[in-house]
Design a protein around this ligand. Sequence first.
Ligand code: SAM
Length: 369
Amino acid sequence: MFLTDPVRGLRTIGYPDAVVESSPTLIDVIEHQAASCAQLGSPLYASLLTGIATDYLSGGFTAELLEGVSDQPLHDAIPLRYLATAHRLALAGVAPQLAQHYPSCEGQWDGRDITDSFLSAVALHRGEFVRGVQRNVQTNEVGRAPVLAAGFSEIGRRFGLALRTYEIGSSAGLLSRWNRYAYSTGESSTGDQSSPLRFDAPWYDSPVPLLQNDLVVEGRAACDISPIDVSTEGGRLTMLSFVWPDQLERFARLKAALEIARDDELAIEADDAGRWLATRLGTPLPDGIATVVFHSIVWQYLPAGTKEAVRAALTSAGALATDRSPLCWLRMEPANRRHADLRLTTWPGGHDQVLAHVGYHGANVRWLA
Ligand SMILES: C[S@@+](CC[C@H](N)C(=O)[O-])C[C@H]1O[C@@H](n2cnc3c(N)ncnc32)[C@H](O)[C@@H]1O
């Protein structure tokens, strides 16, 4: 099964088990990315990538910089690495010729081709681009918090216990900080209602979930194979650079979450999800606390051995779970082309249920449970 990667907009490996993509050439990937950006609401990048494709075909800077960087340019999202490097420079204030066109930098794009401005930034900052195209595309979509908050509410209601969360594939850990943001369906609410980052009724379609306003998070930990440290200016800039510059709502959400993270220390451990979870769940589950392992849009990126290790760690810890020390596996992962599922498995018992359907970026939460 092939799915559209919600972040990159590329056809990618499927869920639950990986399917190998055929190997398209770099120009195929650039043109494909242009079409995806047009489809996914970034006309600026769609236009820019069309100009970049022309530069590549005429043997310009693009060909020189991108050729040979990866033998799987689709998988490695090479055009997005190139664009993010430029965005980072624009955000840092050192590429004003680009910043003037990027809404994320308070510039304005009038719909005209800006490839010349882009290529002039490449010419001036060649070294940055050589390094930038080696950096993996790394995103952390805060818009997935509203559906996760609904899932945590369901767990709180079922067990009536405080929560301890373990997030795998957490990127910068912005979703592990979900209880620092405010949520309201119009009928119920949860999270920190004084938070500057709000997710209100438009995020929830009918039927809406019942949010619990008395949830307590007793502890949390998170890992990623390649975490981004947003306690540094460089880390924050890197995260922002991967958002498309004309997607202002996403950009504003991410900025707000990064501000909140400044005074909410959470070290993301650099580790493989399977290995990390085996260690974390290797000690007895605490009494009077619901332990919740969660992840969003991660499963398709995990090697088969890691998936096995995650399942094994959950199954063995689950076997020892009790009503006073339950174990929960909450995940938002692709179901089909149109939506992802929020799914919950709970132990004791291993009861499994799809709680909600949700868009890949977290919009249109539709509660089923
Ligand atoms: C598409 S991102 C999703 C990030 C975040 N969960 C979100 O919803 O915004 C997938 C994440 O999985 C991480 N990842 C990939 N392989 C991993 C592994 N073996 N162990 C832990 N994390 C992994 C990546 O580094 C990346 O941060």
